[in-house]
Design a binder for this molecule. Sequence first.
Ligand code: G3H
Ligand code: 13P
Ligand code: ZN
Length: 330
Amino acid sequence: MVNYKDLGLVNSRELFKKAINGGYAIPAFNFNNMEQMQAIIQACVESKSPVILQVSSGARKYANQTLLRYMAQGAVEYAKELGYAIPIVLHLDHGDSFELCKSCIEYGFSSVMIDGSAHSYEDNIALTKKVVEYAHKYDVTVEGELGVLAGIEDDVKAAEHVYTRPEDVEDFVKKTGVDSLAISIGTSHGANKFRPEQCTRNAEGILVPPPLRFDILREIEKRIPGFPIVLHGSSSVPQDLVKSINSHGGNLKDAIGIPEDQLREASKSAVCKINIDSDGRLAMTAAVREVLSEQPEVFDPRKYLGPARDRLKELYIHKCKEVLGSANKA
Ligand code: G3H
Ligand code: 13P
Ligand code: ZN
């Protein structure tokens, strides 16, 4: 058992409190490998933003649990070496069982998500409560989820959103003891968040997706004032990245994300954690495709993973400064 405090990590409690009071959101960026971790730390140190390093169960299998524990410790030391000790949370994204959450806590995670949203309301409460009781013994914070995001979540495909019911949130939070709550108000996972027929076209002919359900968010805030809210599926799917991928041999169709101005708006509310993974995947893929198609003689991975890392860093700085408002809050 290694305690996250010994690795120099923090849990999310204080960060969320400050974020709600300050009208910004903490970035939760997923990572699976060294270049992504470097880009996240470089970007957040440079913009002086607190950060949540987020690991899915798939990422944990991919990277290895032991390596991850040292990578997180390395991230803390790396930030100091870069000149600014930003607060870093190591968080399990979409934990689907008590055993997985327990194991992550034993390997140094400072925060876990138990995603019981595929279960019945009662079973979600029972599972979440069990994780909270264990996690709180070690001062690890817990994120729960109510409602189902459209798209693919936990290997469950939902065609339509099941929006979070504001009338459930108070009861759920009270019965489970969670520290934060992920809600469904129209975001979804992946790079295809909306079908084109769900969108309208603006004057320039660009597809505009239906707005997030801010009415539901406001109703939730009324029922649990000041309680930390989390938005998953919050990539914006920058169209320049999609175009670059497609013009260098890729084939991404109908890739549409959440407009950044809506995320900026959400960050000013009780939404204090915003999850972004797909945009990072797009940035890396665009850079790798550009290098490999423009310089076919390249075969040193550093020659394409280096530019991919730089493109990621640029994207993350933009998110902290222009979208989430977390820059200069560390
Ligand atoms: O919400 C899911 C995250 O984007 C992680 O995706 O399970 O493919 O690692 P993953
Ligand atoms: P995106 O697919 O929109 O980046 O969402 C990521 C996410 O919610 C991770 O939990
Ligand atoms: Zn998610």
